[in-house]
Design a protein around this ligand. Structure first.
Ligand SMILES: [Zn+2]
Ligand SMILES: [Zn+2]
Length: 190
């Protein structure tokens, strides 16, 4: 009778003990999950959902959470975005040959390593232009000699048809360049 009582007592206390351990562990897991997910997302819905998942399913829930949680924390994502931006700026700052990846200079016409054509000089002022440009941004001259003659001719025709900047520019510069001299001398003389 006495032995029975102590065994019953032991089972009773053991169940209380393990129940408490289970409860505290569950609570700790839920708290850890809540803290972890809050560092990974600003979405309150996902925070609550993760807490409910772990609260309801306990350890299997934690396992599912660990599988599905966002891979990086917000600060990690922020750091990565900063690094990416710095890398991008570095790439943009250093020009590379599209053919071989060798670093090239801004004013180079061709890559010395693989002979890839990089730029072309303006037929009028010699400014270095992108190969796809059909008009010089400096002197507004239409580039008639391109790498692909049919395409550049077509493009220049299209440019001439749609917008007449060249003609405008020419008339503007010529009207300013030629008569100004005569006008200035004429005014000076009178
Ligand atoms: Zn190259
Ligand atoms: Zn030019």
């Amino acid at each position: 009778m006495l032995q029975n009582f102590t065994i019953d007592n032991l089972i009773f206390f053991a169940s209380i003990y393990f129940g408490l351990v289970f409860l505290i562990t569950s609570l700790a897991i839920v708290l850890w999950t809540a803290r972890d997910i809050r560092a990974r997302t600003r979405d309150n819905f996902i925070v609550v959902l993760s807490a409910i998942l772990v609260l309801g399913l306990n350890l299997p829930g934690l396992l599912i959470y660990l599988f599905l949680r966002p891979r990086e924390t917000l600060s990690e994502a922020y750091e990565r975005s900063l690094e990416e931006e710095a890398l991008l700026q570095e790439i943009e700052g250093k020009l590379a040959c599209p053919g071989c990846g060798q670093r090239v200079k801004e004013h180079w016409q061709a890559c010395p390593q693989c002979h890839t054509r990089l730029k072309k000089p303006c037929i009028a002022c010699g400014e270095m232009l992108q190969l796809s440009w059909n008009m010089c941004p400096i002197c507004a001259t239409i580039q008639s000699s391109g790498v692909e003659p049919t395409r550049s001719a077509h493009a220049s025709r299209r440019i001439a048809k749609n917008t007449p900047p060249k003609n405008q520019w020419e008339s503007l510069t010529s009207s300013r360049a030629i008569p100004t001299d005569s006008q200035v001398t004429f005014i000076d003389e009178s």
